[in-house]
Design a binder for this molecule. Structure first.
Ligand code: B12
Ligand code: SF4
Length: 515
């Protein structure tokens, strides 16, 4: 391509909203930043760039957005593969010859289907984008260093996003990172500082690392020294990070993060049930009793937030309801910020287990691997479990209990937490108890048009995005058929099996050092 025509590039964070909410979730924290990092691989001002997040702004269905494109770049979570196929059909219809580049978990887990669908199916990190730009446009269109282009995001809100490491040093059986098998590594301090200085002036920084604590004490403390000095410089008012359970083994860690400006930590508690944690291979959550870790954190003046997961294919309804009742009755811990079903994501040990034991429901779809829709045969009656899933994000609808919990929590921690920390944690509880009131006041809730949803993958409607938003070429109709995990009899779909076999072969070749 010649250097004198400014290429037009569209970068999309493809997303399916589980509740079929068509408006996006601009108030939700965290937001995905993959599209902004990818934008950072292009030389500034030499390419006409548009970065769009379907999670933030809702589905991209505007026909004009796909016209006269030279390149479409796609990122997103594994379940977004079908959405990427839709966007590919739109771009190829409106801009024949447009180069389609995709990467991230979708390509890593569906290498065969991705190679068949996209022109460039990238399994590497964001740096691979630089190589693709060079090959398609030339060296002149490549940026030397990759800093996320927050200027293209058009986001409001008080939070900025920064990453200090990639991947994770643990191997939980349900986790997408275990499937990807990439090595945990920290960024060098220079790059962390560059990111922190690059973020728009906002009040708070959210470190979106999977594991901010990591596997090296030295690297952790060096990172904290840097963050403390930038916080003291006034670059941000405070920060929040995601840490793994082993962080709480050393009580000094809490004081160290607090002294560096930390306001809160998020950790994947997942469950308080020890047998379930062992089933998930989540050994790091067994090193310190979880309730004790949570109390110590809150008493040290650091807010604690967490997610919970429920697996109806290995837990009875009674066990799941007992756990919810325990948590809503236990005011020494906050209510969860995030509740979901355990997802057997492609390529994880949990996926292999479900496939080997025939646990997947018939006609299971990739699009439904969202933590919201039941994918596997439950131990109890399917209809009862579907009702449980429907009510899960509202803590089973136990409003009075939740409000009582708020009061108890306030009494327990009013001395150790600041006003803003307390308000934040109590707002989360109120979001669970009174979602419609919170939503009316512009506060983020998981709202959506879920009246027609069954919460069971076999019967869950695909939703309106599977009907093309405008006329697409005849050859692209198939892009709107859902990717199936199982067929109508519950057997593993042949295309999925082909992708997974290829992945296994790829891993074996890598471990034998064969190219
Ligand atoms: C923000 C976030 C979200 C946001 C936005 C997701 C998105 N599309 O980006 C929301 C809230 C929607 C979300 C939802 C979920 N999430 Co989430 N989320 C994150 C989080 C915290 C940050 C993502 C991010 O911006 N990272 C920074 C960017 C730069 O990294 P990245 O997107 O991973 O991209 C890297 C590579 O993959 C690669 N890459 C990616 N795309 C491309 C494209 C090209 C061309 C190239 C060359 C390279 C490339 O380059 C980047 C590194 O340099 C990550 C944890 C993390 N730290 O990554 C989890 C994470 C992505 N989420 C995860 C999960 C499990 C979920 C849920 C399924 C959870 C649930 N139980 O409900 C849901 C999915 C809901 C649905 N409807 O499908 C998993 C992985 C999911 C997967 N592979 O499918 C992660 C890794 C967390 C974890 N450790 O389990 N999530
Ligand atoms: S600790 Fe978190 S990121 Fe790491 S493997 Fe487990 S679930 Fe995944």
């Amino acid at each position: 391509m010649n250097q004198y025509r400014v290429p037009r590039v569209l970068i999309v964070l493809a997303h399916f909203d589980e509740t079929r909410n068509p408006e996006g979730r601009p108030d939700f924290i965290p937001q995905g930043t993959g599209h902004l990092f990818l934008a950072g691989a292009f030389a500034r001002d030499r390419v006409s760039l548009r970065a769009y997040s379907e999670f933030h702004d809702g589905p991209l269905v505007d026909e004009a957005a796909f016209a006269e494109l030279d390149m479409l770049v796609l990122t997103g979570v594994t379940a977004a593969f079908d959405r990427m196929r839709h966007l590919t059909a739109y771009a190829r219809t409106k801009s024949p010859g447009c180069v389609i580049v995709a990467g991230g978990p979708v390509v890593r887990n569906l290498p065969v289907s991705s190679a068949e669908t996209f022109d460039y199916a990238c399994e590497g990190d964001v740096e691979e984008m630089q190589a693709v730009i060079k090959e398609v446009f030339g060296e002149w269109a490549v940026s030397e260093t990759i800093l996320p282009r927050f200027d293209l995001a058009g986001w409001g809100g008080p939070v900025s996003y920064v990453e200090t490491s990639r991947y994770c040093n643990f191997k939980c059986s349900f986790c997408a990172l275990t499937a990807e098998g990439r090595r945990y590594h920290s960024y060098d301090l220079g790059y962390i500082e560059a990111q922190l200085r690059n973020v728009p002036a906002k009040k708070y920084v959210l470190f979106i690392d999977n594991n901010f604590y990591g596997n090296s004490k030295d690297a952790f403390h060096a990172k904290l020294d840097l963050i403390r000095s930038l916080w003291k410089e006034g670059l941000f008012q405070g920060w929040i990070a995601l840490v793994t359970g082993d962080f709480f083994r050393d009580p000094d860690n809490l004081e160290a993060v607090r002294a560096a400006g930390c306001l809160g930590l998020f950790s994947g508690v997942e469950t308080l049930n020890e047998a379930q944690l062992k089933r998930y291979q989540k050994k790091q959550n067994l090193v310190v009793p979880q309730l004790e870790a949570i109390q110590t954190c809150l008493k040290a003046g650091v807010a604690f937030q967490y997610g919970l997961m429920f697996d109806p294919s290995s837990q009875t309804m009674q066990a799941m309801q007992d756990e919810l009742a325990f948590i809503t009755g236990e005011s020494r811990m906050p209510l969860p910020a995030f509740l979901s079903l355990t997802i057997p994501l492609l390529g994880t040990p949990l996926f292999d287990e479900c496939a080997a034991e025939g646990r997947f429901l018939p006609s299971a779809k990739l699009r439904d691997m969202d933590g919201f829709t039941l994918m596997t045969h439950p131990l109890d009656n399917l209809d009862d479990v579907a009702l449980f899933a429907r009510k899960l994000s509202r803590l089973d609808g136990n409003r009075t209990q939740i409000l009582r919990h708020c009061l108890g929590f306030y009494r327990n921690y009013r001395r150790s937490l600041s006003g803003r920390q307390m308000i934040h944690l109590l707002a989360n509880s109120l979001r669970l108890a009174l979602p419609s009131v919170m939503h009316r006041h512009g506060l983020p809730t998981r709202s959506g048009s879920d009246g027609n949803l069954t919460y069971v993958t076999t019967t869950q409607p695909l939703g309106p995005l599977y009907t093309p938003a405008f006329r697409v070429g005849e050859g692209f109709r198939a892009h709107f058929a859902p990717t199936m995990i199982t067929d109508a009899s519950g057997a593993l779909d042949e295309t999925i099996a082909r992708n997974l076999e290829y992945r296994t072969g790829q891993r074996q070749r890598t471990s034998l050092g064969v190219k």
